[in-house]
Design a protein around this ligand. Sequence first.
Ligand SMILES: Cc1cc2nc3c(=O)[nH]c(=O)nc-3n(C[C@H](O)[C@H](O)[C@H](O)COP(=O)(O)OP(=O)(O)OC[C@H]3O[C@@H](n4cnc5c(N)ncnc54)[C@H](O)[C@@H]3O)c2cc1C
Length: 304
Amino acid sequence: MLTELLVRASDSPTLARLVTRNTVSRRLAQRFIAGESVEDGLAAAAAAARVGRTATLDYVGEKVTDVAAAEEAAAVYHACLDGIDAGGLPAGISVKPSQMAVSTEPERCAELLADIAVAAKRIDAHVTIDMEDSEVTETTVGLVERMQAEGHANVGCAVQSYLHRNDDDVARLSAVGASVRLCKGAYAEPPHLAYQDQHEVDASYARASTFLLRHGTYPRFATHDERLIGIIRTEAARLGRGPEDFEFQMLYGVREELQAELVAAGYTVLVYIPFGDNWYAYFMRRLAERPANVAFFARALRGS
Ligand SMILES: Cc1cc2nc3c(=O)[nH]c(=O)nc-3n(C[C@H](O)[C@H](O)[C@H](O)COP(=O)(O)OP(=O)(O)OC[C@H]3O[C@@H](n4cnc5c(N)ncnc54)[C@H](O)[C@@H]3O)c2cc1C
């Protein structure tokens, strides 16, 4: 209930203004957001590399409706790729279709993503298309299928195990050779579209991870859930997949000790690094994922 409220609040422009101007929330957001500039994102990726982790940079922003704003966001991604190249960083990027105005300008969105994919390919970087709410699930899967068909092999897609359709999405994306990032899902979706019971979300995640280990192109397991990570490790060993055949992914500022343990055990661990000044919606989803985060945030606000 609280989770759903917070995820829905992530759409509120009034709350966005209040939270982003408040000094306490700005300070707390720093746990999850690497900073506001491209340089901040690159510095966090360099720091991750120093402790043996790879990275994907996310220029926070979503629900863009005009072409100019989408083009500006695309330019920031090109700057990221230039910085990744200049720094020799083991990093790629993550892009939200709605940040490229997918709903209002679908053709321009596809062009912007294709340009980004080409620039990324030049430096051997991977591009993951983030998965947003269910209004754009089909569009996003279709977009990645199209990009693969057009030869952009370095473009993969995130999928969400809470969706009833997840098994189909995983199969469709694997069939075209797209690398899949499997996550549980961070939006509030209704019961006719998504499992509401965590056990069912986890069972769906485990099922999809087995499918990806068997049939996927370099699966990317995005979770901080130790139980699921254990299941994936066991399943990978059973299917003869080594640590070089897949990776674990975690969010900047979350479960750093677990990240380190997995690196020490020989796994590739990628850190998802968000940066930019439009961090409100991202921050609210991170609060929603963990009740303790909300309690901490509420205490900090009361004390401010
Ligand atoms: C690399 C990466 C990329 C992602 N991309 C997308 C995407 O494209 N689309 C999408 O919908 N979702 C995305 N997500 C978010 C994902 O869907 C989940 O909402 C989020 O990862 C929490 O689920 P979990 O698997 O970690 O399991 P949970 O059961 O939620 O968490 C397991 C444990 O991890 C820790 N934890 C998890 N989240 C937090 C947090 N915010 N703060 C502190 N501790 C936490 C806690 O200890 C918790 O007990 C992404 C997640 C990751 C890691």
